[in-house]
Write a protein that binds this ligand. Structure first.
Ligand code: MG
Ligand code: ZN
Length: 223
């Protein structure tokens, strides 16, 4: 099956919030827990999503919206797992916006989804400024990027519900200071949950999946 690729230029920021709100209402009506996954390029967004799909029960109804400047490489990785996926190419744009999100939803079997992952464009800056209608924001930081990123990209870390510290298997080979990182996050966002994971070894996925299942359950239970 060929992958649906939508190419769209970015919308203006002012109109975004209203559209994001409409998107969220649509997702709420269908009780689809929607997670906006953000990180710098190469931190492990696609690996997180594909590994999570593999570890969820096969009955879990998951779909993915893939955002990239160009290509459908990541969408192909997701499609191999047999879940519905739409690729958005931003034609050079460095983030997804709510209009793109609405169009992507129009191209997914929305009645048959319980969990929707959005893989945002790899960038720690402006994706945080554009709400898409998501319920939760998950930030991935990989160990080689360093423990000082919360200071350098405060908005991204302030708005995170979950921070996944990926590539934990590389920790012995770097100067990443876990205590300093947790302290930095606590200073700007004390409510954020931090899980240390490795998409390569599977380490730490139990806590992440436990959080995810609890959120899905809460979303289903709401009328
Ligand atoms: Mg990716
Ligand atoms: Zn941008």
């Amino acid at each position: 099956m060929t992958i649906k690729v939508l190419t769209m230029k970015e919308d203006i920021l002012g109109a975004n919030d209203a559209k994001a709100k409409a998107n969220q209402e649509r997702l709420d009506n269908l009780r689809i827990l929607t997670i906006n996954v953000m990180s710098s390029p190469g931190a492990g967004k696609t690996s997180l999503i594909t590994n999570t799909i593999r570890k969820m029960p096969s009955a879990a109804r998951i779909a993915v919206i893939e955002g990239d400047v160009a290509s459908s490489i990541d969408a192909e990785r997701v499609q191999q797992l047999g879940v519905p996926v739409v690729q958005i190419n931003t034609a050079g744009g460095c983030h997804l916006d709510a209009r793109m999100m609405a169009e992507a939803m129009d191209n997914l079997p929305m009645e048959k989804i319980d969990l929707l992952f959005i893989e945002n464009v790899g960038n720690l800056i402006c994706p945080a400024e554009f709400a898409l209608g998501e319920h939760k924001r998950v930030i991935i930081l990989s160990i080689p990027e360093g423990d000082d990123k919360p200071y350098k990209y405060p908005l991204m870390f302030t708005e995170a519900d979950v921070i996944l510290v990926n590539k934990s298997d590389l920790q012995p080979y770097t100067d990443f200071n876990v205590d300093a990182f947790h302290k930095a996050v606590k200073g700007i966002n004390p409510k954020a949950q931090i899980f240390h994971i490795s998409c390569k070894t599977g380490d730490g996925f139990d806590d992440w999946l436990k959080w995810l299942r609890a959120e899905m359950k809460a979303k289903k239970g709401k009328s």
